[in-house]
Design a protein around this ligand. Structure first.
Ligand code: ZN
Length: 239
């Protein structure tokens, strides 16, 4: 069974009554609830020792989901290094919403990951643009979220491996909301929706995307690459 760790900064929910009303036990618990029927799911939060991401936890994690916003800088660099290394070794990584500015995602992308934004609580229409992709299996062609934060292009990321979802917002913006990348043996999915003030992670279609994304990002256990000097596979030349 695929082992998932849902990491959440868990600050907004403790400080802001409105956010607490939406996610009383934290965003991580809401996501865990959605994934639990399908996978083995644990959670980890910023204020735990090592941010809950010890070597042992990561070793037993097939896919790491990351939600962070106001405290990206509080994530210790040695933990970022550890997560990054595990991704290159094959752990899947799903960056949600404002995790575009998380240290791990920035390190994976190598660009600013900046974007336009405006939180006016208007709706979001999320379009599937790659209907054959495993991440959108069983979904309608578009999903309407009644209230969300607006993000807009340009989203300063490297050209994605695949573009799966594009958002439209009534303010006129569009945004690449579901994009995939490969780094080393690791599969990465960035997924835009999920501002802390709105109940996005309870939406059944959003939950379905998360379930599909975990299944897609799970390690494939392909062959381990060998780097550096290597002997010839055929007989050694004699002269
Ligand atoms: Zn937000």
């Amino acid at each position: 069974m695929v082992r998932v760790t849902v990491w959440n900064e868990y600050r907004h929910e403790l400080r802001d009554a409105h956010v607490q009303a939406v996610y009383p036990e934290g965003i991580h618990r809401a996501i865990q609830g959605a994934l639990q029927p399908h996978f083995e799911v644990r959670t980890a939060t910023l204020d735990e020792p090592e941010h809950g991401l010890t070597e042992a936890v990561l070793e037993h994690t097939d896919v790491l989901i990351w939600w962070g916003h106001m405290a990206h800088d509080a994530v210790e660099d040695h933990v970022v290094e550890r997560v990054h290394r595990r991704i290159l070794d094959g752990m899947g990584f799903i960056a949600l919403h404002s995790a575009h500015y998380s240290k791990v995602f920035l390190k994976l992308m190598g660009t600013s990951c900046s974007l336009r934004w405006r939180d006016d609580g208007r709706h979001e229409r999320l379009w599937v643009v790659n209907p054959g992709h495993a991440i959108v299996r069983g979904l309608p062609l578009w999903i309407d979220l009644a209230h969300e934060e607006t993000y807009g292009e340009v989203f300063d990321i490297p050209t994605p491996h695949e573009l799966v979802l594009v958002s439209w917002f009534p303010g006129g913006e569009v945004f690449r909301s579901g994009v995939t990348f490969y780094r080393g043996a690791g599969r990465i999915f960035y997924f835009r929706p999920g501002h802390e003030a709105y109940p996005t992670y309870y939406h059944p279609d959003i939950q379905k995307i998360l379930v599909n994304a975990v299944a897609w990002a799970a390690p494939t256990n392909g062959p381990a690459p060998v780097f550096g000097w290597a002997p010839p596979l055929e007989g050694t030349p004699t002269t």
